[in-house]
Every structure is written in C-alpha cells, then in structure tokens.
Design a protein around this ligand. Sequence first.
Ligand SMILES: [Zn+2]
Length: 120
Amino acid sequence: MSGPDAQYAAFLAQGRLRLQRCGGCERHVFYPRVLCPHCGSDDLAWVDASGRGTVYATTVVRRRPEEGGAHNLCLVDLEEGVRMASRVEGIAPEAVTIGMAVSARIAQQEGDAIVVFDPS
Ligand SMILES: [Zn+2]
C-alpha cells in the first residue's frame, strides 16, 4: 500500500485531479495525508475535484529568457475549500489577478504530471 502522496501522483498520471475528503468532518483535505488536519480522523476517501478555483495570491517570477523567461506562481483556492500552489498559464504572468476564476488542467513537466491552471 503506497502513501497518500503517491496515490495522489498516480491519479494525476491517469489524468485525474482527486482530493481526499474526510468522513469525520466532511471537509476536503489537501495536500494528501494519512490523518485529517481538521479533526484527526483517518477516514479519508478520494473524490474527484471539480477543478474550479479562484486565485488567492499571485506573483511573477522573473528569469532570464534562456531560463524560460517570466512565469506566474500562484495560490489557488479550489471550490472544495483547499488551497494549492501552482501557476496560471495561457495568459501573461503579470495579467493574473487575485480573485480571477481559473480551471485546473493536468500538464506534463519533465516526466511528471502536475496541476496548472488556465483562466476560466
Ligand atoms: Zn476531518
């Protein structure tokens, strides 16, 4: 039996963004854990995430063009009530604003499946 972080990564590799949901307090849990951080229950089940969220915080990371140029880093609040660190693509990094509606997409980066967001 693999740990919850490995299960999360395996779902992403299958193209599915899944979160844990606690059977004790009915809150969603992210990053994946063994025990609910809200109530301590170990009754955590995997559920599909809607992928819908809003930008909570955003910043522009500036790099030289040969290192990939400027890109966006953000915190996104999913409608399930969890916060993810990610980036918004498909828009200029400085055009990402707090409160912007975004949708999750699973992208490949250096052989790993990761979650990025697009403007909704
Ligand atoms: Zn709980």
